[in-house]
Design a protein around this ligand. Sequence first.
Ligand code: ZN
Length: 247
Amino acid sequence: MKQPEPLHAMAMAAHPDDVELSCGGTLIKLVKKGYRVGVLDLTRGEMGTRGTPEQRDAEAAEASRLMGLTVRENAGRPDGFLQNDQETIMEVIHVLRKWRPVLWIVPCSEERHPDHAAAGRAGLEAAFLAGLRKIETGQKPFRPTWTIQYFCRLDTAYSFVVDVSDVFEDKLTAIRAYRSQFDPGSGEPETYLTRPQFMDMVIARNKFFGSKVEAAYGEPFLSREALRVDDPVAFLTGHPSAWATLR
Ligand SMILES: [Zn+2]
């Protein structure tokens, strides 16, 4: 089997729409910088109150197109009962070894929703185990250079915030592609997600994290490893052009 070209970044999630809501702005920003970016969803979201798995597949494909993803895979694990078990980890290892992302982005393993927490743990463990030669999948061992965690509900212990102000409208457009989940007019039961307050909360959350770094909108991430910095001035002032204001 021909090995596809490696990705610069890949995000994984329990459910279709998790990455759009939590780190979609960052993924769009990376795509706009010319990086190859992929997503792995572990389930098809079949336990959701609204929409069918087929509808959600089509919505995920549309959101991927809008974000400019190189690839989106679905592991077809059971929604609502997602476990950090051997079968799930092996699925993730297979995808990691196939797409070989430099940056691996997983949900925070402390999240409240059991599926999100299980996905987070599976993502962290798979990143390590994928590098072990004796775990055989018929592929070469591989370990991402860096693993970071994104947040769905939590807002504690993040290490850095990505400024997503310039792509925030694109992020909202990608979220709205999940019409079965967020469009109140589809005739299905009202849920927490279809109330107008839900989008307000998404916006408020991104504004809150943006305010932490003097940006209009931001997305937080946790790195368990120390951040390696080659140029502290460029890193801490956000952009090399900040030099101009420091003169
Ligand atoms: Zn979710």
